[in-house]
Ligand binder design. Structure first.
Ligand code: SF4
Length: 123
């Protein structure tokens, strides 16, 4: 089975990914992660550290994000809205459904990451 480590707010980044990102390598890796997630029965373990998307990001310096406070805020908001905790492992399809029900379908995304530099893409 395919298990992927994700920071919580990356569930939103994945939902709106349109082939743009911080660098060529970042975009390539992001597309690969999304492709893996779409395999049947893929699971996700929720982490509060550098994940499978961060690993190819130029903002990931020594396994720490250069905007750590901001991404921690995004992560904690998503966890609270979806009633999830760090360390949980769920199927990607269950997580996707949860994010849709608790955030996207009720227009709460901007409460989480409305000040992100990519926010205009995520509509
Ligand atoms: S290192 Fe920071 S900016 Fe880069 S993907 Fe991870 S959380 Fe996002």
């Amino acid at each position: 089975m395919n298990n992927i480590k994700l920071r919580p707010h990356h569930l939103l980044c994945i939902s709106f990914f349109k082939g743009k990102g911080y660098s060529h390598d970042f975009v390539k890796n992001m597309a690969m992660v999304i492709s893996d997630l779409r395999r049947p029965n893929s699971t996700v373990t929720i982490v509060n550290e550098s994940d499978d998307i961060c690993k190819a990001c130029p903002n990931n310096i020594d396994s720490r994000c250069t905007t750590q406070d901001k991404v921690d805020r995004y992560d904690n908001s998503l966890l609270a809205l979806c009633n999830l905790s760090v360390g949980q492992t769920l199927t990607y399809s269950a997580l996707k459904q949860l994010v849709y029900e608790k955030i996207l379908s009720c227009n709460k995304r901007t409460q989480i990451c409305g000040d992100c530099e990519w926010s205009n893409i995520c509509k």
